[in-house]
Design a binder for this molecule. Structure first.
Ligand code: AMP
Length: 193
Protein backbone atom coordinates (compact mmCIF):
# COMPACT_ATOMS: atom_id res chain seq x y z
CA UNK A 1 0.00 0.00 0.00
CA UNK A 2 1.23 3.45 -0.94
CA UNK A 3 2.21 5.26 2.26
CA UNK A 4 0.02 8.23 1.41
CA UNK A 5 -2.99 6.27 0.12
CA UNK A 6 -6.19 7.26 1.85
CA UNK A 7 -9.30 5.26 2.60
CA UNK A 8 -12.18 5.04 5.01
CA UNK A 9 -11.16 4.71 8.63
CA UNK A 10 -13.46 2.82 10.93
CA UNK A 11 -13.59 2.96 14.71
CA UNK A 12 -15.51 0.18 16.36
CA UNK A 13 -15.56 -2.26 19.22
CA UNK A 14 -13.05 -5.00 19.79
CA UNK A 15 -16.20 -6.81 20.99
CA UNK A 16 -19.22 -7.65 18.83
CA UNK A 17 -21.85 -6.43 21.31
CA UNK A 18 -25.09 -8.15 22.29
CA UNK A 19 -27.39 -7.08 19.47
CA UNK A 20 -26.72 -8.94 16.18
CA UNK A 21 -27.57 -5.73 14.29
CA UNK A 22 -24.15 -4.33 15.27
CA UNK A 23 -22.24 -7.08 13.44
CA UNK A 24 -24.68 -6.95 10.51
CA UNK A 25 -23.98 -3.24 10.13
CA UNK A 26 -20.21 -3.74 10.46
CA UNK A 27 -20.33 -6.30 7.63
CA UNK A 28 -22.30 -3.92 5.40
CA UNK A 29 -19.79 -1.13 6.11
CA UNK A 30 -16.91 -3.46 5.13
CA UNK A 31 -18.66 -4.49 1.88
CA UNK A 32 -19.61 -0.92 0.97
CA UNK A 33 -16.04 0.31 1.44
CA UNK A 34 -14.82 -2.53 -0.82
CA UNK A 35 -17.52 -1.70 -3.42
CA UNK A 36 -16.24 1.88 -3.58
CA UNK A 37 -12.71 0.59 -4.26
CA UNK A 38 -11.31 2.31 -1.18
CA UNK A 39 -9.04 0.71 1.41
CA UNK A 40 -10.57 0.09 4.81
CA UNK A 41 -8.29 1.55 7.48
CA UNK A 42 -8.83 0.07 10.93
CA UNK A 43 -7.29 -0.84 14.24
CA UNK A 44 -6.45 -4.25 12.84
CA UNK A 45 -7.87 -6.43 15.58
CA UNK A 46 -9.23 -9.83 14.63
CA UNK A 47 -11.99 -9.70 17.23
CA UNK A 48 -15.38 -8.03 17.54
CA UNK A 49 -16.83 -5.56 15.05
CA UNK A 50 -13.32 -4.70 13.87
CA UNK A 51 -12.75 -8.29 12.78
CA UNK A 52 -16.22 -8.53 11.18
CA UNK A 53 -15.78 -5.35 9.10
CA UNK A 54 -12.26 -6.29 7.96
CA UNK A 55 -13.27 -9.80 6.90
CA UNK A 56 -16.39 -8.55 5.08
CA UNK A 57 -14.32 -5.99 3.18
CA UNK A 58 -11.76 -8.57 2.02
CA UNK A 59 -14.46 -11.14 1.13
CA UNK A 60 -16.06 -8.45 -1.06
CA UNK A 61 -12.74 -8.02 -2.89
CA UNK A 62 -11.50 -4.99 -0.97
CA UNK A 63 -8.28 -4.32 0.87
CA UNK A 64 -7.74 -3.63 4.55
CA UNK A 65 -4.97 -1.69 6.22
CA UNK A 66 -4.44 -2.61 9.86
CA UNK A 67 -2.74 0.07 11.93
CA UNK A 68 -1.83 -1.59 15.16
CA UNK A 69 0.67 -0.97 17.95
CA UNK A 70 3.56 -3.37 18.31
CA UNK A 71 2.46 -4.38 21.82
CA UNK A 72 -0.91 -5.60 20.47
CA UNK A 73 0.82 -7.64 17.76
CA UNK A 74 3.02 -9.20 20.46
CA UNK A 75 -0.18 -10.20 22.28
CA UNK A 76 -1.49 -11.82 19.09
CA UNK A 77 -4.43 -9.38 18.73
CA UNK A 78 -3.81 -8.43 15.10
CA UNK A 79 -5.75 -9.96 12.23
CA UNK A 80 -3.10 -11.91 10.28
CA UNK A 81 -5.33 -11.84 7.19
CA UNK A 82 -5.32 -8.06 6.81
CA UNK A 83 -4.09 -7.10 3.34
CA UNK A 84 -1.61 -4.61 4.82
CA UNK A 85 -0.38 -4.17 8.37
CA UNK A 86 1.38 -1.09 9.72
CA UNK A 87 2.90 -1.53 13.16
CA UNK A 88 3.14 1.57 15.32
CA UNK A 89 5.18 2.32 18.41
CA UNK A 90 2.04 2.99 20.47
CA UNK A 91 -1.57 4.18 20.57
CA UNK A 92 -0.84 7.82 19.80
CA UNK A 93 1.05 7.05 16.61
CA UNK A 94 -1.71 4.62 15.64
CA UNK A 95 -4.49 7.19 16.05
CA UNK A 96 -2.51 9.91 14.26
CA UNK A 97 -1.93 7.58 11.31
CA UNK A 98 -5.54 6.36 11.22
CA UNK A 99 -6.70 9.98 11.00
CA UNK A 100 -4.04 10.97 8.45
CA UNK A 101 -5.15 8.14 6.16
CA UNK A 102 -8.85 8.97 6.38
CA UNK A 103 -10.87 10.54 3.59
CA UNK A 104 -13.55 10.06 6.18
CA UNK A 105 -14.08 8.13 9.38
CA UNK A 106 -17.02 6.12 10.66
CA UNK A 107 -17.61 5.39 14.32
CA UNK A 108 -19.66 2.25 14.86
CA UNK A 109 -20.77 0.90 18.22
CA UNK A 110 -17.91 0.10 20.56
CA UNK A 111 -16.59 0.58 24.07
CA UNK A 112 -14.41 3.22 25.69
CA UNK A 113 -11.66 2.76 23.08
CA UNK A 114 -14.10 3.66 20.33
CA UNK A 115 -15.56 6.59 22.31
CA UNK A 116 -12.08 7.95 22.86
CA UNK A 117 -11.16 7.66 19.18
CA UNK A 118 -14.40 9.36 18.09
CA UNK A 119 -14.16 12.19 20.61
CA UNK A 120 -10.52 12.79 19.76
CA UNK A 121 -11.28 13.00 16.04
CA UNK A 122 -14.17 15.46 16.59
CA UNK A 123 -11.82 17.51 18.79
CA UNK A 124 -9.14 17.46 16.08
CA UNK A 125 -11.70 18.59 13.52
CA UNK A 126 -12.83 21.37 15.87
CA UNK A 127 -9.22 22.53 16.11
CA UNK A 128 -8.59 22.24 12.37
CA UNK A 129 -6.12 19.38 12.83
CA UNK A 130 -8.30 16.95 10.85
CA UNK A 131 -10.36 17.94 7.83
CA UNK A 132 -11.98 14.67 6.73
CA UNK A 133 -15.56 13.58 7.25
CA UNK A 134 -16.78 12.11 10.52
CA UNK A 135 -19.84 9.91 10.63
CA UNK A 136 -21.49 8.36 13.66
CA UNK A 137 -23.28 5.16 12.71
CA UNK A 138 -26.04 5.05 15.27
CA UNK A 139 -27.10 1.42 14.95
CA UNK A 140 -30.06 0.46 17.14
CA UNK A 141 -29.87 3.92 18.82
CA UNK A 142 -26.59 2.87 20.45
CA UNK A 143 -25.23 6.43 20.39
CA UNK A 144 -28.41 8.23 21.54
CA UNK A 145 -27.01 8.83 25.05
CA UNK A 146 -23.75 10.23 23.71
CA UNK A 147 -25.62 12.47 21.27
CA UNK A 148 -27.82 13.69 24.12
CA UNK A 149 -24.69 14.48 26.14
CA UNK A 150 -23.31 16.46 23.18
CA UNK A 151 -26.64 18.32 22.94
CA UNK A 152 -26.32 19.11 26.67
CA UNK A 153 -22.87 20.56 25.99
CA UNK A 154 -24.51 22.92 23.46
CA UNK A 155 -27.38 23.80 25.82
CA UNK A 156 -24.98 24.50 28.68
CA UNK A 157 -22.70 26.68 26.58
CA UNK A 158 -19.71 24.36 26.28
CA UNK A 159 -20.05 23.67 22.56
CA UNK A 160 -21.09 26.13 19.83
CA UNK A 161 -24.24 24.80 18.11
CA UNK A 162 -22.68 25.02 14.65
CA UNK A 163 -19.99 22.57 15.80
CA UNK A 164 -22.68 19.90 15.55
CA UNK A 165 -21.94 20.13 11.83
CA UNK A 166 -18.49 18.67 12.43
CA UNK A 167 -20.00 15.20 12.25
CA UNK A 168 -22.93 13.46 10.59
CA UNK A 169 -25.23 10.90 12.17
CA UNK A 170 -27.04 8.11 10.39
CA UNK A 171 -28.60 4.76 11.22
CA UNK A 172 -27.88 3.38 7.75
CA UNK A 173 -24.48 1.67 7.19
CA UNK A 174 -24.45 2.25 3.41
CA UNK A 175 -25.28 5.93 3.93
CA UNK A 176 -22.48 6.13 6.52
CA UNK A 177 -19.96 4.95 3.92
CA UNK A 178 -21.37 7.34 1.31
CA UNK A 179 -21.09 10.28 3.74
CA UNK A 180 -17.59 9.27 4.83
CA UNK A 181 -16.45 9.08 1.18
CA UNK A 182 -18.16 12.29 0.05
CA UNK A 183 -16.16 15.28 -1.11
CA UNK A 184 -18.09 17.45 1.28
CA UNK A 185 -20.17 15.62 3.86
CA UNK A 186 -20.98 18.77 5.78
CA UNK A 187 -24.55 17.78 6.32
CA UNK A 188 -25.86 16.48 9.54
CA UNK A 189 -28.54 13.91 8.98
CA UNK A 190 -31.31 13.55 11.52
CA UNK A 191 -29.99 16.34 13.71
CA UNK A 192 -31.93 19.41 14.80
CA UNK A 193 -30.16 22.70 15.39
P1 AMP B 1 -13.27 -0.79 22.43
O1 AMP B 1 -14.21 0.13 21.73
O2 AMP B 1 -13.04 -0.40 23.87
O3 AMP B 1 -13.52 -2.23 22.21
O4 AMP B 1 -11.87 -0.51 21.80
C1 AMP B 1 -11.68 -0.42 20.46
C2 AMP B 1 -10.33 0.16 20.28
O5 AMP B 1 -9.50 -0.27 21.36
C3 AMP B 1 -9.61 -0.27 19.06
O6 AMP B 1 -9.75 0.57 17.99
C4 AMP B 1 -8.21 -0.34 19.59
O7 AMP B 1 -7.72 0.97 19.75
C5 AMP B 1 -8.31 -0.87 20.93
N1 AMP B 1 -8.36 -2.33 21.12
C6 AMP B 1 -8.87 -2.90 22.23
N2 AMP B 1 -8.78 -4.24 22.17
C7 AMP B 1 -8.20 -4.53 20.99
C8 AMP B 1 -7.85 -5.75 20.35
N3 AMP B 1 -8.10 -6.95 20.90
N4 AMP B 1 -7.27 -5.68 19.15
C9 AMP B 1 -7.02 -4.48 18.59
N5 AMP B 1 -7.34 -3.32 19.11
C10 AMP B 1 -7.93 -3.34 20.32
Amino acid sequence: MNEKEKGITIYCGSSAGRDPRYAEAAAIVGCEIARRGLPLIYGGGSMGLMGVAGRACREAGGTTCAIIPEFMVERGWNDPHSTHTIRTSGMHERKTMMAAKAIGAIAMPGGVGTFEELMELITWRQLGLYSGNIVILNIAHYYDSLLNQIDDAVKEGFLPADHLRLFAVTENPAVAVALASAENADLNLQRKF
